[in-house]
Design a protein around this ligand. Structure first.
Ligand code: F6R
Length: 270
């Protein structure tokens, strides 16, 4: 079972993540960070940026691999995950852009129809992660349907990085980032698979708000099932789930999680 930490708000969660990552970078200046887009990790990135500056941590050798990207959007499009990772991670943390990779980078906006580029992009991305020595800490958000990355319900729990068709629901949800026009939302994406994500040495899933409560309960206390792809975290030897009270509201074992965290040995990090 994952360690579950119930916090007051996103900033407290962010400080827990940031402390662990900052300590990792001090020990391993070439640390490999697994990066996510979306709203859930934003406070964590801000807290990490703040620690990096106040503690003068050298991040010039830190590497990063993002989870996912739309197919067919130019890298420079403001809603491409390439641009989003630049804005929310690379710039504020002061990372070397050459060290940070997004699954669509090699496609450079190529359309889905361009099989010569698109067909093997996933395998190549997994090879690049492996060549970097694997991801040390992977930050994750979760969808209300239990998706992680763009692995929608039904995704293979052994999947590698690959092309996926976006669910109609996800395209409708994301239309708000495309002037409310669903026709502008790409139909396909490239996403790290659940099997890829499980290879990271430490997984940190962040979830906030009532809308995530059911997905969190399914992930932590439900059965392991492709119907809730995030439930694959139960198979990982080092997974940390950090949630606020609202996202924790449907967990049955809340009292135990609080007790365990309050009695954690001081020497033990997340
Ligand atoms: C982001 C990603 C998605 C989001 C999830 C939650 O790269 O892959 O799985 O983490 O949709 O999104 P937010 O955090 O915006 O609620």
């Amino acid at each position: 079972m994952a360690e579950v930490i119930i916090v007051k708000d996103q900033h407290q969660a962010g400080r827990i993540y940031a402390r662990a990552v900052a300590d990792l970078i001090k020990q391993k200046p070439t640390a490999v960070l697994g990066l996510a887009t979306g709203s859930s990790p934003l406070a964590a990135y801000e807290e990490l940026a703040s620690i990096i500056y106040t503690e003068h941590i050298d991040v010039s050798h830190v590497r990063g691999f993002a989870l996912d990207e739309y197919i067919g959007l130019p890298l420079s499009h403001p809603q491409s995950y390439h641009s989003t990772i630049w804005r929310t991670v690379v710039e504020p943390l002061g990372l070397n852009p050459a060290n940070v990779h997004v699954p669509g980078d090699a496609l450079n906006g190529a359309p889905l129809s361009d099989g010569s580029k698109v067909a093997h992009a996933g395998e190549k991305y997994d090879q690049a992660i492996a060549a970097a020595g694997g991801v040390d800490v992977q930050i994750l958000g979760i969808g209300t349907d239990g998706h992680v990355g763009f692995n929608e319900p039904g995704s293979s729990l052994a999947s590698g990085t690959r092309i996926k068709t976006l669910a109609e629901q996800t395209r409708n949800d994301n239309a708000r980032f495309f002037n409310g026009d669903v026709s502008q939302v790409p139909t396909h994406c490239i996403t790290q698979g659940i099997g890829t994500i499980l290879k990271a040495r430490h997984l940190v899933l962040l979830a906030f708000g009532e809308a995530k409560a059911e997905a969190v309960a399914e992930t932590v206390e439900g059965g392991v099932s492709a119907f809730c792809p995030a439930s694959a975290l139960q198979l990982h030897p080092h997974a940390t789930v950090i949630v606020d009270e609202q996202a924790a509201s449907r967990l049955r074992n809340k009292d135990y999680y609080r007790w365990a965290y309050a009695h954690k040995p001081v020497w033990q990090s997340i």
